[in-house]
Ligand binder design. Sequence first.
Ligand SMILES: Cc1ncc(COP(=O)(O)O)c(C=O)c1O
Length: 484
Amino acid sequence: MPESKNFHMSPGEFRRYGRAVVDWIADYYETIETFPVLSQVKPGQISDQLPDMPPETGEAFDRILKDVDDILLPGVTHWQSPNFFAYFPANASGPAILGELLSAGLGVQGMLWSTSPACTELETRVLDWLVDMLALPEGFKSTAKGGGVIQDSASGAALCAVLAARERVTGHGVNVKGCREPLVAYVSTQTHSSVEKAVKIAGVGSDNLHLIPVDADFALRPEALAEQIKIDHKAGCTPFFVCGTVGTTSSNAMDPLPEIGRICREEGLWFHVDAAMSGTAALCPEYRHIHAGLELADSYCFNPHKWMFTNFDCDCFFVKDRETLVRTLSILPEYLRNTASNSGEVIDYRDWHVPLGRRFRSLKLWFVLRHYGVEGLQHHVRKHVQLAQDFAGWVDAAKEFECVAPAPLNLVCFRHTSGEAFNKELVERLNRSGKLFLTHTTLNDQYVLRMCIGQTHTDERHVKRAWHLIQDTAEKIEQDGLVP
Ligand SMILES: Cc1ncc(COP(=O)(O)O)c(C=O)c1O
């Protein structure tokens, strides 16, 4: 085989097509409001257009990019549309996308400090910055006994927290002998399902995840937690872990961290705080009350990939005691041994999460922090919160609609007063219109609409238009008389 033969993209081609892709993305953002926010395709419609077999010979890049437009784009739900109000956001921004591109270009695998010192040291510094930016407890800093690490997701963070808690309570015994003790973990009925997944994976078992009831605002009731712990002790179980939430998924409820933290301290339980979306609000001093009591937590996470303009995936996970986490997850096969790790002077992030390998994810976060600065991030977070508060005010003032939960930040839970079938029809018609996308939940057995405002480019005009559309659609349903 002639040595010169290769199928690679030349640097010249990469430059040309790279520019085309960046132009494609810029055009996409300029025209994003022309697409239906929720993809309107039927199941199988995209795969029907894809060949059964892979190409035997390589194809021109232009053709590939054209197929993105013709085949894939109709099957994309536009999470980056300013008319996206569903779930919690997964917002992105120009600097984040460019940071991601650079990370892919460098192609670094940062499992060890020595496999790319910049990957590790930038991550450590950026996560320490975030402790200051969000006014988190100093104990979460790498300069104290703790530290932060970027995980793929809040689910990954919850799993690491449960594993570290399990090892702490069993004297690092389960890692060696398997789970023999009847360990018990606690969450509220509103906690995200990622914690249930974590206890399953950790071998604790979902039967041993006890759900604590919530109060009228959907926040965990600490006295019920204390009571359940007593019952479990009496039954011979070993309580070991509690997750409190700052901004629950359904309704953005705020669990009472000081009370939960105090119970955890008294009982010696690991206290994890999940602030997946809402933690970002603490960039602004006026919202930092959401973190009151966090000094009692053993671990904490929030997702810049939800509301801090950093494209998926990027969860920041902090622990107070890195030693316990590292001991829980550390493995050291011979091939990973190196002088720097042996010196004990460096961080090897492979021991801070489940996968061995890791991307240079701090790059995009660093780009975001440097591009916006604290001031820019605060500005946009404040704007989203204000827009949500305006929206809640419009709902309150409308005769046929009502808010059904407190709206502390950027999520408004509301309903039309005509009942479940009406509200279901309302959501379906709105999402079918393609003009916006919102989702629902159930609170107190009521079907409820959720309006979450956190997409990077959402402005007042988008929220106003959404509200008018919601009102007009409700009127139309009433006129059609389709739903009692
Ligand atoms: C409160 C909360 N925790 C955890 C998660 C899971 O997030 P991830 O997709 O990062 O695992 C979510 C997802 O929306 C969430 O709302």
